[in-house]
Design a protein around this ligand. Structure first.
Ligand code: NZQ
Ligand code: ZN
Length: 384
């Protein structure tokens, strides 16, 4: 295991009917900017619960944060925060709202530095407004990490960034808020959760049995609960298990001391930036290609994944690896998530275009930094 320094300051309030606790979680006398997305919170009653809990605070609102939040929207929200003299931000929604609020917090706390510069180099941050999250979509882990992903249109890009200053102060995880999710978003969230776990687990084996078994327990939970959530969408207990699995998948715990491979995410972000494909769907396309390409470097972990996650028992190791990749594809497809470019309506030229963009950025991906433009092209051609 590698050395590590782990600190996660986010307080988690989990369970049904917990949104009312905002009244004590938000620091007294705060001037709050409540940030939200395209309006789902008005339909499912979350907005009303939030506003009731914030009675007595000076509250202003900023709505319209889109899925894959845009730089320009965050910049407008910074102006709204300034106009309200907000000293606390509240994200109410999915990962996109939480991610946007992280940039709004950073940019409000670091005036004079353009927001995109903070995304490209978050060490330029000097301070951030404190913020909390009311999560309505289990997927990204943004509610308990200090990462964020921001998109922009001109020039087109989608970039991950992070800084310890943008850890949420608290996050409220009420699984009842997720009952209104459309099946497509439930499925996207299951795939995203799966991928966060896999990208910290399915790399090189560096003798980290605690992390391995944490990751396997999460994957097995998602494998069981995911299909149950799709089949019985009203089952709150299932929603609760999925929600906690998603948070645990990317709050740092399973990633300590191990080597990560975020190549599927990086390539997926390019596909989303260029073609607007949902984040979860982009990952379902790329990941089987990464596993196939990296069978040799990931051999030990791929075999573990086959046996411990999928329960496969074949004696032939090559068969085990093939079957593990096949099971992964079948799992994603069983949730209604396509696993090919064509299935997502993305033209096959994407392979060249994305490879060229990775070349321009000079990125080498994978735990061994051995996935460059040529390999990216190969991965996407295999998934066309
Ligand atoms: O905008 P509203 O109207 O709220 O609708 C949203 C949106 O259309 C809807 N939704 C959310 N909660 C709902 C709901 N609809 C009904 N009922 C509810 N309870 O779902 C749609 C998608 O929401 P979004 O927030 O975009 O989804 P998600 O949570 O999957 O977030 C995706 C974003 O997170 C980034 C992705 O790249 C993408 O931009 N990620 C952030 C990470 C992080 N911060 O650590 C890591 C992830 O790997 C990921 O990259
Ligand atoms: Zn993700």
């Amino acid at each position: 295991m590698e050395n590590f320094d782990f600190f996660n300051p986010t307080r988690i309030i989990f369970g049904k009917d917990t949104i009312g606790k905002l009244s004590v979680l938000v620091p007294a006398k705060s001037r709050v900017l409540v940030c939200y997305g395209g309006g789902s919170i008005f339909k499912n009653g979350v907005y009303d619960q939030v506003m009731l809990a914030l009675k007595g605070f000076a509250v202003a609102e900023f709505g319209g944060i889109e899925a894959n939040p845009q730089l320009g929207t965050c910049e407008k929200a910074v102006l709204a925060a300034h106009a309200h003299r907000a000293d606390f931000l509240l994200a109410v929604g999915g990962g996109s709202v939480a991610d946007a609020v992280k940039l709004i917090a950073a940019s409000s706390g670091t005036p004079g530095v353009p927001a995109w510069d903070l995304v490209l180099d978050s060490t330029k941050m000097t301070a951030a407004l404190p913020f909390g999250v009311v999560l309505t979509l289990p997927a990204t882990g943004s509610e308990m990490n200090n990462g964020s992903v921001i998109s922009r249109i001109d020039p087109i890009d989608k970039r991950a960034w992070g800084n310890p200053l943008v850890h949420p102060l608290f996050s409220i995880l009420d699984p009842a808020t997720t009952l209104s999710l459309p099946p497509r978003q439930v499925a996207n969230g299951i795939v995203d959760t799966w991928m966060h776990i896999c990208e910290q687990y399915l790399t090189t084996d560096n003798n980290s049995p605690v992390q391995n078994r944490f990751a396997e327990s999460l994957l097995r939970t998602v494998r069981e609960e995911g299909p149950l959530a799709m089949a019985n969408p009203e089952n709150l207990a299932v929603r609760a298990n999925l929600m906690w699995a998603a948070t645990m998948g990317l709050n740092g715990i399973i990633g300590v001391g191990v080597v990560a491979d975020w190549s599927s995410h990086v390539i997926g972000h390019e596909l989303t930036a260029l073609y607007g494909v949902d984040h979860g769907r982009s990952l379902a396309v790329v990941f089987p290609g990464v596993l196939t390409l990296c069978r040799v470097s990931k051999r030990a972990k791929l075999l573990r994944y086959a046996r411990e996650v999928w329960g496969l028992t074949d004696a032939d190791e090559n068969v085990l690896m093939d079957k593990a990749i096949e099971q992964t594809i079948l799992f994603f497809e069983s949730l209604g998530v396509p696993t090919t470019l064509r299935g997502c309506g993305i033209p096959s030229e994407a392979a060249d275009i994305v490879a060229d963009r990775i070349a321009e950025k000079g990125w080498m991906l994978g735990e061994g930094k051995d996935i460059g433009p040529k390999e990216v092209r190969q991965i996407l051609i295999a998934r066309s």
